[in-house]
Design a protein around this ligand. Sequence first.
Ligand SMILES: [Zn+2]
Length: 413
Amino acid sequence: MSDNISEKELIRLRRLVRILKSKEGRGTELISLYIPAGRQIGEVANLLREEYSQAGNIKDRNTRHHVQEALTSIMQRLKLFNKAPDKGLIVFAGYVAGEVLGDEKMEIYLLEPPKPISTYLYRCDSRFHTEILEEMIKVGNAYGLVTIDREESSFAILEGSQLDILETITSGVPGKHRAGGQSARRFERIIDIMVHEFFKRIGERMVKYYMAERKIDGIVVGGPGPTKYDFLDKDYIPADLKKKILGVLDLGYSGEEGIYELLERSKELLQKVEYIKQKEEFNNFLNLLKDNPKGLVIGIKEVMGAVAKGSLEKLLMLEDVTILTVSYTCTNCGNSETVTEATEDMFSFKQSLKCSRCGSQNIKIVAESDETDNIIEKVFESGGEVIYISKSLNESYSLAKTFGGIVGILRQT
Ligand SMILES: [Zn+2]
């Protein structure tokens, strides 16, 4: 099975990725470093010293200094380790550009990845390379993949981008027999019984892997030839499990090889399923808006109030929204205020702030904090669910423009 990452850890890492992705360097000066599990730190330090001397060739003076300083702070931090931790180590470091020239600030992030790192990677770029980390924390639903033909059947679970092949069983059913007459009929009957026994075993495995051991969001069945339909037409699996079947695909291969083919072929199908689920959640919200608007909270203020009371059953938000709290003072009239907004563009939001008393844009931000993690965690803690609405959906536009990017469904009391 894949390593289990706790929901809290996932939220924290997802947020961190989002923050890292928003950072830019003035030049090619942001360093991303992925150190594989168990690698000797001395060895890594040697590689970094080499990068340090290479960086001496950088023409731009600022960039050169920035890269070398970043390398120096990484090496200092690494001294705390003998060798990389169990799953390896990820470091992001560099001078991050501020809003105005000269605002650059040295930032360094050191983290143990949620899954083992297998290859060493060093990158110096104008952005942080978060792709490998992102791949590790990609979550989606869990799907069962099954291949079936007369000879063998394989079972797998696809979760996010992680594929786990669980088992392959074989039937022992011999190929077609050529003899005619009496013995051929008897032979066929024996084969029918063997196939029936094999189908029973397939059914048992499916119940075990996709019902008993864990909850699965859907199943895709594939295989060459008509055997898979013979199996599905009869009642070898309970109706509850049958309802979970999202599609049946014809494949060139069976068994484990078939699983890989099925994985490729079902990607589009599974993406559609995820979108359909998000659409349903949003439509459910729209229906409630018509039938029971009191059961809803709309916009950041109302949502925050409901979160504080622990009364949210579901929080629906755009996938890239950040909940930002900003405190400012107005240099025109002296007014001080704190505002919270759900925004996809923190920079424009801060740029557009106006004094609520005098309307002046001459305001000075004195404090700001990202509340997104906090709020999501509180929803989970009170037993609620968080549903992200993908930007690829038309519904996301309506959620953003009409409802401020964030809405909630209250628990029925
Ligand atoms: Zn003012």
